[in-house]
Design a protein around this ligand. Structure first.
Ligand code: FPP
Length: 268
């Protein structure tokens, strides 16, 4: 990064720190309404320290808490995080059960933290194959946080796969067509979106992927069609406010054209 850019970022951060205990909305000239994050690099973080992989995930869960709070404070409306994919079952039984335990403890302690009353939580993904106790907790927390005011929407993708999301939507629409509830000529992108797990949630404006590898890994395939992407080598457990600031500043300098032509001053 050039020196000028580093100084601008430092100035931003000084400004943010000064107002630590106040709402920090309005710091960025352009703020993504919806940020999606692929929380990658937990395993490598642990490996570097000769620790079991699950300790990397534990640290990753702490990063998630910090980043959710920060995004809420700066005024991001929606944060969607990829916590467990439909393919992650291929990992060792120890790692899978470690992630399930972390999820349980995250859910158990969620309401004990008073700061979480500024978070509305939802879960997207396939519930088949998940422990019924976990599924009940998903519903309970969603219900308990539904009416939280002045809150960020945190969407946790768990047992989620982008292809499965699309296939499930296609099945739902096909059933509707067979039963006569859906007229085939009425099937369009808007109707299709309404059958996805993310029904009613705006598409992400910015996708952030830590962990050095540049790929989508079957995350939100439909929803990311026009999302700006930002990648960093930093591993998710080491990811912090500095990286979010950098990503948002770069997002503000991107010209979003959605396939059309740009006009001056336009970002989104
Ligand atoms: C990808 O990193 C990360 C995961 C598959 C799990 C993410 C889980 C958490 C952050 C914590 C549990 C979730 C909640 C909601 C409490 P990786 O293991 O593939 O990293 P690597 O590429 O370095 O191996």
């Amino acid at each position: 990064m050039c020196i000028a850019m580093t100084s601008v970022l430092s100035l931003f951060r000084i400004g943010i720190r000064k107002r630590k205990n106040e709402p920090q909305k309005g710091v960025f000239s352009v703020l993504p309404r919806h940020i999606a994050i692929i929380m990658d690099g937990n395993g490598r973080w642990a490996k570097k320290r000769s620790l079991p992989r699950v300790l990397g995930h534990r640290e990753g869960a702490e990063t998630l808490k910090r980043i959710t709070r920060y995004c809420k404070n700066i005024g991001v409306g929606y944060l969607t995080v990829y916590a467990f994919s439909t393919e992650n079952w291929k990992r060792s039984p120890d790692e899978v059960s470690g992630i399930m335990d972390l999820l349980r403890s995250y859910l158990e302690t969620f309401e004990k933290d008073p700061e979480n009353d500024k978070i509305r939580v939802r879960f997207i993904g396939d519930r088949d194959g998940l422990d019924q106790g976990i599924v009940k907790e998903f519903d309970r927390i969603t219900e308990r946080t539904r009416d939280n005011r002045d809150a960020i929407d945190l969407i946790i993708a768990f047992n989620y796969g982008g292809r499965r999301d699309i296939v499930n939507a296609a099945k739902g629409i096909a059933k509707g067509a067979v039963s006569g509830d859906i007229n085939v000529d009425d099937i369009d992108e808007e109707l299709f979106s309404g059958f996805l797990y993310t029904e009613g949630i705006p598409d992400p404006d910015l996708l952030i992927k830590p962990g050095a590898e540049k790929r989508i890994s079957n995350f939100l395939l439909w929803q990311l069609a026009y999302t700006e992407m930002w990648f960093t080598d930093v591993l998710w457990p080491d990811f912090g406010e500095k990286e979010i600031d950098e990503a948002i500043l770069e997002f503000g300098n991107r010209q979003r054209r959605f396939g059309g032509l740009a006009f001056e001053g336009q970002n989104s």
